[in-house]
Design a protein around this ligand. Structure first.
Ligand SMILES: NC(=O)c1ccc[n+]([C@@H]2O[C@H](COP(=O)([O-])OP(=O)(O)OC[C@H]3O[C@@H](n4cnc5c(N)ncnc54)[C@H](O)[C@@H]3O)[C@@H](O)[C@H]2O)c1
Length: 254
């Protein structure tokens, strides 16, 4: 990845942080975005000398104005690769979902990727580029009634990926999507702990059913997703276009 410039969103924690470390090790220059300033600085610190150049920016990707402002004020070279990883999985029973909750969930998980891709493609239109989006197994095999807006947002990410792959492939853009499941990250750890704390039996039961469907019999590590992202972003995947690759320990196959 030497000579490549990779933008990763949600790079302060979990899968995004693992991606930052992997891409740095592979020699890419990095542009890392997150809403959490201190953790983002920590990721950059851990990368240290692995990468020749690491730039961090605090952006709340749930707001289009902040996304546009980021791109409009980008002083550094344009990235050639965009990884839309930032996301969150807020829980709420379907019958209690209101407009505000739905909008917030869609803004961070779906609209952020739409606006990031639009800015990226508009600016790179002469040169092409690589996009890796991040969906979820919840888009294809939803297990819970309190993650429905999230499942919908991630199904949108699958559609966005295929639509962009089709529309912009001939113009030099490769666009693919990862479909992770059961990855141990600060985000999923928060869910697990809150289920235990609230003695939420339904949530614990879902966790049990989820675990039973893992053909590999274990949860995954963030770096196991990062390695597939690295492959998809690299020229090793030069003829891979518009695909959704599960990284889920066999969840979707069971
Ligand atoms: N962990 C899993 O099992 C799993 C499964 C399927 C899909 N995913 C997806 O993978 C991606 C990463 O998940 P994770 O488990 O590493 O999550 P995480 O919560 O551990 O990390 C997410 C990162 O995104 C950042 N972020 C959240 N909202 C933001 C905003 N508005 N603006 C900027 N940054 C923001 C957070 O600060 C954090 O650093 C998400 O899109 C998630 O939906 C994860």
């Amino acid at each position: 990845m030497k000579g490549r410039r990779v933008l990763i969103t949600g790079a302060a924690a979990g899968i995004g942080k693992a991606m930052a470390l992997r891409f740095a090790e592979a020699g890419a220059d990095l542009l890392l975005l997150d809403i959490e300033e201190a953790e983002l600085a920590q990721t950059a610190g851990e990368i240290g000398k692995l990468s020749s150049q690491v730039t961090t920016r605090v952006v709340d990707l749930a707001h289009k104005q902040q996304i546009d402002a980021f791109w409009n004020h980008l002083e550094a070279d344009l990235p050639d690769t965009l990884i839309n990883n930032a996301g969150s999985y807020p829980l709420r029973t379907y019958l209690e979902v209101d407009v505000r909750f739905l909008e917030q969930t869609l803004r961070i998980n779906l609209e952020s990727a739409i606006w990031m891709c639009q800015n990226f493609i508009a600016r790179r239109k002469e040169h092409g580029g690589v996009i890796v989006n991040v969906a979820s197994v919840e888009a294809l095999a939803p297990l819970r009634d309190d993650l429905i807006p999230y499942s919908v947002s991630k199904a949108g990410i699958l559609a966005l990926t295929r639509a962009l792959a089709h529309a912009y492939g001939k113009r030099g853009f490769r666009v693919n999507v990862l479909v992770p499941g059961a990855i141990k990250t600060p985000g999923t750890e928060r869910l697990r702990k809150s289920a235990m704390r609230r003695l939420d039996v339904d949530l614990m039961k879902t966790g049990y059913h989820f675990a039973n469907r893992l053909a590999l019999g274990r949860g995954g590590q963030p770096d196991e997703v990062a390695r597939v992202a690295l492959f998809l972003a690299s020229d090793l995947a030069s003829y891979v276009q518009g695909v959704a690759i599960p990284v889920d320990g066999g969840f979707l196959s069971s």
